[in-house]
Write a protein that binds this ligand. Structure first.
Ligand code: ADP
Ligand code: MG
Length: 363
């Protein structure tokens, strides 16, 4: 068993200026003085600074030749290897990306073009490991599922017929939390997953907002189910080591007034934020419960409101449960995004207080 703060790791990643920020000539308001520290300065009052400390502070804002530059490779070397290692050992693991639209969530998770993110790099490495471990008494099974949560409805991105149906989250002693009816596909290579995900992505709900040309307004969850079956040659009995890897790209966390949303977009925004608000409440309750009690007093544990949204139900095991979890908080360097950046960092800071207890799944 592995417990304590180590099971929840928080990484903050700052992207370069985008076209819009360059055009605005917005100054930068974030610095990362060490590999762990993030400092934000109030653009209206240079004296007002907020300092945070995280497991990782990734600076992708500095020049790519700078020693401090956090490349896709560097981020994978830390975070990707960590989640793979945990999954390989039989732990459930989750990586989720949080942040305002355009802050770099999808860049970190999936990546763009040659700049592969931690999901494709992780899958490549997973299959490479499987290839390197081909021995007689050991066999592997890898399955994937891919879903989207849009306005509190869950849709299966691998099953076009079911596209508009809303799937339900269930819980069982054997399976833990699962989405009923969600299809799983067996895969034997990264390319298998890539093809499936490309198909799935064409079904994702995307819409135009002012903040980002094709910002995703929905949360996506790619789950990898890894089963390692070992046959004891003496007794010819088989035992399974299983792991569930959740890779989550959340919808933008921004408040609606800045995106110029109206009508359906606005309603959509509030439903998306309902999920993120619920996530925030879950994080807050968990963080509170992990605070040490005052001397001589017993602390009453708060009820964690997992059932308030589809997102928090699905993430239940990842947050405060049986899992090793990594949160990637994506931020913009620009003063123009000061409020959103500060809000993301506060969110991440709260999440860093959570302690998960992780046990391996052996049967
Ligand atoms: P989000 O998924 O949070 O809405 P994206 O990941 O799509 O945002 O990023 C928005 C834009 O910024 C993309 O064009 C992406 O290539 C670029 N970008 C994001 N993070 C980085 C980074 N670390 N380095 C370079 N470009 C980045
Ligand atoms: Mg995105």
């Amino acid at each position: 068993m592995s417990s304590g703060g180590d099971n929840v790791q928080i990484a903050v990643r700052m992207r370069p200026f985008n076209e819009r920020e360059l055009a605005l000539e917005s100054p930068a308001c974030v610095t990362m003085p060490t590999e762990h520290m993030v400092v934000v300065t109030d653009p209206t009052d240079g004296e007002k600074q907020h300092s945070f400390s995280f497991n990782y502070a990734y600076n992708s804002f500095v020049d790519a030749h700078d020693e401090a530059y956090a490349s896709q490779e560097k981020v994978f070397d830390d975070l990707g290897k960590a989640y793979l290692e945990a999954a390989w050992a039989g732990y459930n693991t989750s990586v989720f990306a949080y942040g305002q639209t355009g802050a770099g969530k999808s860049y970190s998770m999936s990546g763009y073009g040659e700049e592969l993110g931690i999901v494709p790099r992780g899958l490549r490495e997973l299959f490479a490991r499987i290839d390197a471990n081909q021995v007689d008494d050991l066999s592997f099974r890898v399955e994937v599922s891919y879903l989207e949560i849009y306005m509190e409805k869950i849709r299966d991105l691998f099953n076009p017929k079911q596209a508009v149906a809303s799937l339900k989250v269930r819980e069982s002693p054997k399976l833990g939390i699962f989405v009923e009816g969600l299809s799983r596909r067996a895969v034997t290579s990264y390319e298998d997953v890539e093809v499936l995900m490309e198909l799935g992505n064409t079904m994702r709900t995307v819409a135009q907002t002012n903040m980002n040309a094709t910002s995703s307004r929905s949360h996506s969850v790619l789950t990898i189910y890894l089963t390692q079956t070992r046959v004891d040659q003496a007794t010819m009995t088989a035992s399974d080591l299983t792991s569930k890897i959740n890779l989550i790209d959340l919808a933008g966390s921004e408040r609606q007034n800045k995106t110029g949303a109206t009508g359906k977009r606005l309603k959509e925004g509030s439903a998306i934020n309902q999920s993120l608000t619920a996530l925030g409440n879950v994080i807050e309750a968990l963080a509170d419960n992990c605070m040490p009690a005052e001397q001589g007093k017993r602390r009453r544990k708060r009820i964690v409101p997992y059932r308030d949204s589809a997102l928090t139900r699905i993430l239940q095991e990842s947050l405060g449960g049986n899992a090793k979890t990594i949160m990637v908080a994506a931020i913009s360097p620009a003063a123009d995004n000061y409020k959103e950046t500060l809000s993301t960092l506060r969110y991440a800071n709260r999440a860093s207080k959570i302690q998960n207890v992780a046990v391996i799944n052996e049967s």
